[in-house]
Design a protein around this ligand. Structure first.
Ligand SMILES: Cc1cc2nc3c(=O)[nH]c(=O)nc-3n(C[C@H](O)[C@H](O)[C@H](O)COP(=O)(O)OP(=O)(O)OC[C@H]3O[C@@H](n4cnc5c(N)ncnc54)[C@H](O)[C@@H]3O)c2cc1C
Ligand code: SF4
Length: 509
């Protein structure tokens, strides 16, 4: 008899380990344990989604003939960690072998490799996670010997490998990337589709009660919980996106609007990351919509690029550079995260809206994460560790392998530039261009150094000035430095003075 351990982000029927185990002879173990639920203060909705999806998946496995031993969350349990559960299970059933699929997180994978193998005294077989399009070794091979890694070139490889949007070896439409068509502001038209409301069953209700009872001090609220917890619901979310949102996904990909949670974004990341949907399934559906003439090329290309490009690329970077990656701090940041990241209380309208979305829904779309809350952390020089912990805690889709490179690399430029050849730093002008936030804000986006000037404006120039050494020679930033030099001396001094004042009173903005 062999034991197969399935983790909370491995809820896929075709998982590598399930393909080698035998339902007639082997047993599956799944567990909700204290250590995993609390190693960071995960948003309540994230815990609820993972526990409920795990319980539904256990039922799905049983219906297909597997014997599943499921350890539901029990705060009094003597089994605090996954290792405790696995050890007890193997002993109880006299397992000859533990079979696993490679973990998403370095922390757990490292423990399995270093400690579990020794302590269990039975063979531990770990299979590569082939739900990803690019294996970790394939990525390492691609990266080997390259002076600079760029997502765009990796993405082209993945297009060739998968054949998505390819035509006789050439990209569909003649271009690899249609990003330049994807930068429109959304001005109320076209109307936003209303995402489906999912019915709750007994499993969901039980889990929601459990989370409220056991994790009262975790961030966020369950009030607006509307994530699907079954494969059927995840499929329905995919169907809804393809039918009602994908056509406008590209055009409004970078837009933001006050009070609007997701615009035309897919809301699919939590399902992709826990295994209820797979990358290929999602891209197949998007490509089919294009081939059927239902969606334009800029939309489908933009969407497929996020999945086979960015998603695979950040995973490759993560496994290539862990564990030292998590400690990088290229810009030498030292500031602590302001309190509004935890309570949402700020007069900056853009930040307040992104925090509300985050706390209410365990969600914010990419531009809210990158250009608002992330940009602010970059400009103010927050310690990478603190801002990474925040992003890991607050989103339903947050897992270390994807959160860390996005935050530490793409947002904070703390890795020196694998995720972008220049930092995504921007003044309030960018936020104003892409959203309606500034019209309802106490601060003025038009000025830099007045008492009510938009904080992003002076902080932007302060960032540029204080990191001259790192960026002045970057050809993509030379124009910015020239603009800074062209400002009058007085203007420059007042701008930097205002920024210094803001940095001294960071918690009060
Ligand atoms: C600071 C920061 C932290 C982030 N943390 C996470 C995280 O913990 N988990 C996570 O899945 N994504 C993370 N992202 C990437 C991205 O913001 C989310 O994947 C996206 O907002 C999820 O919403 P959606 O499903 O509506 O995405 P859509 O905009 O509809 O995109 C479609 C899909 O593409 C993938 N995708 C898009 N952008 C990225 C990206 N940069 N990296 C990886 N996958 C991408 C996702 O799977 C997403 O579901 C982060 C981005 C930033 C800037
Ligand atoms: S004025 Fe500045 S702080 Fe206010 S919403 Fe606009 S960008 Fe944000």
């Amino acid at each position: 008899m062999q034991t197969g351990l399935i983790l909370g982000d491995q809820l896929t029927l075709t998982l590598a380990s399930l393909r080698v185990l035998n339902p007639q002879t082997d047993r599956i173990v799944m567990a909700e344990v204290y250590d995993e639920a609390t190693y960071t203060k995960h948003h309540k909705q994230k815990i609820a989604l993972v526990f409920s999806a795990m319980r539904h998946f256990a039922d799905e496995l049983r219906e297909s003939g597997w014997k599943v031993d499921y350890y539901a969350y029990d705060s009094e349990s003597e089994y605090r960690s996954l290792f405790d559960v696995v050890q007890a299970h193997c002993k109880q059933h006299g397992s000859e072998r533990l079979v696993l699929t490679q973990c998403g997180e370095y922390r757990l994978q490292n423990a399995m490799d270093k400690q579990w193998r020794k302590a269990l005294e039975i063979p531990v077989d770990i299979y590569g996670d082939d739900r990803f399009i690019c294996s970790t070794s394939e990525f390492a091979e691609w990266a080997d010997g390259r002076k600079q890694l760029r997502m765009e070139y990796f993405y082209r490889e993945m297009r060739r490998k998968t054949g998505y949007l390819m035509n006789d070896g050439e990209p569909q439409g003649g271009e690899w990337n249609y990003d330049s068509e994807n930068r429109n502001r959304w001005k109320g038209e076209p109307p936003l589709p209303t995402p489906p409301q999912f019915n709750r069953d007994d499993i969901d209700n039980e889990v929601l009660e459990l989370v409220e009872r056991e994790f009262p001090d975790h961030i966020g609220t369950l009030e607006h919980f509307n994530w699907g917890s079954t494969r059927a619901q995840a499929n329905a979310a995919l169907g809804f996106f393809i039918q009602y949102c994908l056509a406008d996904f590209g055009t409004y990909q970078d837009a933001m609007a006050r009070g609007e949670k997701s615009l035309f974004h897919s809301l699919l990341s939590p399902y992709l990351n826990c295994g209820l949907l797979t990358a290929t399934q999602v891209c197949d559906a998007a490509e089919k919509a294009y081939k059927d003439g239902r969606v334009p090329l800029n939309a489908v290309e933009g969407f497929i690029r996020q999945i086979i490009g960015w998603r695979e690329y950040v995973r490759g970077i993560y496994w290539l550079h862990m564990p030292h990656y998590a400690k990088e701090n290229f810009l030498g940041n030292t500031r602590s995260l302001p309190s509004y990241y935890w309570d949402g209380k700020t007069r900056m309208a853009c930040m307040a809206d992104c925090f509300k979305n985050t706390f209410d829904h365990a969600y914010a779309h990419h531009i809210q994460r990158l250009m608002v809350t992330g940009n602010f952390a970059l400009l103010t020089g927050i310690k990478p560790e603190e801002i990474c912990d925040w992003y890991l805690a607050v989103y339903a889709d947050a897992y270390d392998w994807v959160e860390l490179p996005n935050t530490l690399g793409m947002v904070m430029h703390a890795d020196g530039g694998y995720l972008g050849s220049k930092p995504y730093a921007a003044s309030g002008n960018y936020i104003h261009k892409m959203s309606d936030y500034c019209t309802g804000c106490e601060y003025s986006v038009k000025t830099r150094s007045d008492h009510d000037s938009c904080p992003f404006n002076s902080l932007y120039w302060h960032f540029i000035d204080r990191h001259r050494e790192q960026f002045q020679k970057n050809p993509r930033m030379s124009m910015i430095y020239r603009s800074f030099e062209r400002m009058s001396e007085e203007n420059r001094a007042l701008t930097l003075e205002r920024a210094e004042h803001l940095l001294e009173h960071l918690d009060d903005l």
